[in-house]
Ligand binder design. Structure first.
Ligand SMILES: C[S@@+](CC[C@H](N)C(=O)[O-])C[C@H]1O[C@@H](n2cnc3c(N)ncnc32)[C@H](O)[C@@H]1O
Length: 367
């Protein structure tokens, strides 16, 4: 058993051709898993060479010398696996590898698999969104998303890193169909996954612009509840990178639909209430109405911070508007739950509907 594990550790993965995007991703992951990686290419000079510590040149698969050269590389470099994202090379090796180099595994991402990837997405979206799915609150103001639109929203969202799962996305979609025109404010955007969903839907349903508020800084991410156990993760995050990733993820929208304030929710409230005007290089200028139709609270999860976010921002939510409190049910602390219970009791007279979906608390303020 130990000898087998050692063999696996010693064998290398050959990535061919080494310069394709998926090849570079695969090589990066394999290196991260401490596997020995050998890049390969048929080009005399391949700039991708710089990404590999070991490299071999192979003839084109169509050339007679290819099979012999591959056999030599497998033996010489102790190759146990070949990865290729290239459709022709993958197809060729599927047919020939067992004979050229018996026992070597082929990992091939075939273009023929593309429809199946999308079928998995459309099946999951259909399972979530087909059939009776309704939310409490006012009747919808706008028609439902079409089938292809739904797939497009979820397909784009799944490519973004972050903490906004499909059930929450779909609930937000149904809530925004019932949302009056006004501003959408998000406290805590990180890489912009939920911000993307909000902005996509705000534009689609012509609700109003989204304001993302986040200091993108390790200090404010620090959480002290639960003995600060969530902090180790926050300490290792690169928030300048997160800020740039947020902008990359949202750059398809302009200032008509989104802008941001790089500050805490506590600092941002004065800017929002006094000026209603936000500018940034990435999105341009945004004029906010100064009335919040949809408030998403997903910042620091310490009880004091969530309570502060609610105290400062919930009074700015207009009649008929919505408040969403993320992680109301949360395994890592009690802050959102305690603050949410207080919110429910303070706003009891105004609440037209309240429910939990995908661990977030959704409130419709009727009056
Ligand atoms: C859970 S993440 C947000 C996740 C995001 N909504 C998504 O969909 O992936 C929490 C974010 O809150 C931000 N944050 C922490 N304290 C804050 C504060 N006082 N005001 C605004 N944002 C804050 C952090 O910088 C972090 O980016």
């Amino acid at each position: 058993m130990a000898a087998r594990a050692q063999n696996l550790a010693e064998e290398a993965v050959l990535v061919f051709p080494g310069g394709m995007d998926r090849s570079l991703d695969y090589a990066h992951q394999a290196t991260g898993s401490r596997r020995r990686v050998v890049g390969a290419s048929s080009l005399a000079y391949d700039p991708a060479r710089a990404n590999y510590t070991d490299w071999v040149r192979l003839p084109l698969v169509t050339e007679p010398a290819f099979e012999g050269a591959l056999r030599d590389a497998v033996e010489g470099k102790k190759i146990g696996e070949i990865f290729t994202p290239h459709p022709m090379i993958g197809d060729y090796l599927e047919r020939r590898l067992a004979e050229i180099a018996p026992g070597v595994r082929l990992v091939h991402e075939s273009l023929l698999d593309v429809p199946e990837t999308y079928r998995r997405l459309t099946r999951a979206v259909d399972a979530l969104t087909d059939g009776p799915w309704d939310v409490a609150g006012p009747p919808p103001r706008t028609e439902e998303l079409g089938r292809i639109e739904r797939y497009a929203l979820f397909n784009h969202a799944r490519t973004l890193p972050g903490q906004c799962d499909n059930e929450k996305i779909w609930t937000i979609c149904e809530v925004l169909r019932r949302c009056p025109p006004g501003d959408l404010v998000e406290i805590g955007s990180l890489w912009g996954k939920s911000a993307f969903v909000l902005t996509w839907l705000a534009r689609r349903f012509a609700i109003g612009p989204v304001l993302c508020i986040d200091p993108w800084s390790a200090e404010t991410r620090h959480q002290h509840d639960e003995g600060g156990k969530v902090n180790a993760f926050a300490d290792r995050m690169d928030f300048d990178a997160a800020f740039e990733i947020f902008q990359i993820n949202l750059a398809d929208f302009d200032g008509r639909w989104i802008n941001f304030l790089r500050s805490t929710s506590q600092e941002a409230v004065a800017v929002y209430t006094e000026k209603h005007d936000v500018r940034s290089e990435t999105f341009g200028r945004t004029r906010y109405a100064g009335q919040i139709a949809f408030l998403h609270i997903d910042g620091n999860h310490d009880h004091a911070s969530v309570a502060d976010d609610i105290a400062l921002w919930a009074p700015l939510v207009m009649p008929g508007g919505w408040i969403v409190l993320d992680d109301y049910r949360w395994a890592f602390g009690h802050g959102p739950k305690l603050a949410g219970e207080n919110l429910l009791s303070v706003y009891a007279g105004r609440i037209g509907a309240a429910f939990v979906a995908d661990s977030a608390l959704f409130l419709w303020l009727e009056g």
